[in-house]
Ligand binder design. Structure first.
Ligand SMILES: C[S@@+](CC[C@H](N)C(=O)[O-])C[C@H]1O[C@@H](n2cnc3c(N)ncnc32)[C@H](O)[C@@H]1O
Length: 209
């Protein structure tokens, strides 16, 4: 039912990755029902941006902070294969597994180096996983390392908090040092159509140098 935001409030109360993992493990079973009931449209809009910038034959794709798999499933419906999902929460990964749209799923803290070679992916997505108490800004450098040159990194931030989180500074630093280039950014929009009127998202599409 629209209006239930208990799970969302719990995850934004988390202050570190261990807290986020515990909160998402607890939320996993009701995550889709609560969010879809609240008009959660970030995965669908994110997948649309992905489809505008990434061809289906561009290789393996990483869904970083894949959660229950809403983004991976949308990409699969759009015809993408070779989707790999990573998330800190074993229970969220368990839900994602049931969709059978990921080539591989693995538990991973985005604050740590990825167990992947340089240039492993044609594109990386990260939707809903860069908010306060979630993945740190250091993961952006890792996204660049594992994405092939000219591959896309498509992510969203929370405009209300991304300056104080240090995310904007990191994004600007990577641009200034020529490691990636901004290709497109969305208007600021509400990820939840039916609740949370003060919560916003903005999608950025980067091309790796
Ligand atoms: C709001 S959900 C978004 C999930 C999915 N992308 C979606 O749009 O439905 C955020 C996800 O980020 C994961 N997460 C939070 N902190 C993380 C971290 N440090 N490393 C990896 N995943 C993290 C959570 O477990 C959760 O599945």
């Amino acid at each position: 039912m629209a209006g239930d935001t208990e799970g969302l409030e719990a995850v934004y109360a988390a202050s570190n990755s261990a807290g986020a993992r515990a909160a998402y493990d607890k939320w996993a079973i009701s995550y889709d029902a609560e969010n879809i009931g609240n008009g959660y449209r970030l995965p669908g809009i994110g997948a649309a941006f992905f489809a505008r910038h990434v061809q289906r034959d561009e290789g393996r794709f990483l869904d970083a902070g894949c959660g229950t798999g809403l983004v991976g499933e949308a990409l699969s419906i759009l015809g993408y294969k070779g989707i790999v999902g990573a998330d800190i929460s074993p229970q969220m990964l368990e839900s994602a597994k049931r969709l059978k749209v990921y080539e591989r799923l693995f538990e991973h803290d985005l604050g740590q180096p990825f167990p992947e070679e340089d240039n492993s992916f044609g594109a990386v997505t990260c939707f809903g996983s860069l908010g306060p108490g979630h993945a740190p800004s250091s993961c952006l450098q890792e996204f660049i390392r594992i994405t092939r040159p000219k591959g896309r990194i498509i992510l969203n931030v929370r405009p209300e908090t991304f300056v104080e989180q240090g995310l904007k500074a990191k994004m600007d630093e990577l641009t200034a040092s020529g490691q990636w280039q901004l290709v497109e950014c969305s208007p600021i929009f509400r990820p939840f159509l039916l609740t949370e009127p003060r919560l916003h998202a903005q999608i950025f599409v980067y091309s790796v140098a």
